[in-house]
Write a protein that binds this ligand. Sequence first.
Ligand code: NAI
Length: 337
Amino acid sequence: MPHRVTLLAGDGIGPEVAAAARAVVDATGVAIEWIERAAGRPAMERDGDPLPAAVLDAIRETGVALKGPVTTPIGTGYTSVNVRLRKALDLYASIRPVRSLPGVPSRYEGVDVVIVRENTEGLYSGLEHEVVPGVVETLKVFTESACTRIAEYAFMLARRDGRRKVSAAHKASIMKLTDGLFLACCRRVAARNPEIAYEEVVIDNLCMQLALDPAPFDVILLENLYGDIVSDLASGLVGGLGMVPGANIGVAAAVFEAVHGSAPDIAGKNLANPIALILSAALMLRHVGERDAAERIVAAVEDVLRDGRVRTRDLGGSAGTSDVRDAIVARLRGAVS
Ligand code: NAI
């Protein structure tokens, strides 16, 4: 029986990197029935909604999706598709493994941290209003249940993947109630997991420490906005946004996507680095139990990077998205030894 996977190409560079990721997954020989659905700009133009019900229905039905990025208008326009998707499917845990890869120019070697971000609450609750003209408010909403389950996920992941430490980031000195509740929940969960070391780091200090030396960090546990920002910062430690995969995990569904956005500046030019989405596809295969195929993809990506001849512009090369795809596919098919 093939695995059924919803494929959302998204917009901007999404269709280019999604096509590459799909080709790479297919080259592993794992049988996948791809259920393609439009989200983002193409869906807006066709259906008047960037996240039509058919997308949510397909993901609910298959339980798994691979997703390219989608554009969110700035300041005005429709609500972020990503925020809606994560809330509608209760994809509460955003997981971003940030790892140095061979041959990639970057400031540090041996970086290996996992970012665990709460994905449904905080300042992304979408509760904004104008109090009086010239005064606006955004509500930062935290609940004990959401803080507890993301902390439980971080400790479960640490145990499952043989990691030793969870660092919870906060600004509880200023946001005593919200970040204070987050910390209280993390501490309770930490107390139930004494075999995993636990520490608390103020968010601004965490950013400084990561930039100086990421080595002491292992699993980093953050609320929504801090997690969003620190994910991009951490991507910068290992070669940029084109390198870091991600997973949005819920109880009933999981959506796999890169950390990066739709990169309108390079869309449609065959310039995007597809590796972040290809590695996201490897996480997806691991999630559906195809561990061997997932490992083969990671090995093929590492091989291509180590070889160094086929690299996109963000990594200092001149290859196109399709060249990187072809090089990885060729290794998976054994055409290159
Ligand atoms: P971005 O991640 O799209 O781009 C930032 C910079 O990184 C750009 O210079 C871009 O060319 C480069 N870049 C990103 N991905 C790359 C790749 N794979 N290969 C080579 N270079 C790459 O962030 P930006 O510009 O802030 O956002 C653009 C749009 O994407 C916005 O509408 C934003 O809301 C949306 N977005 C969507 C996400 C998603 O669908 N998960 C996540 C983040 C942003």
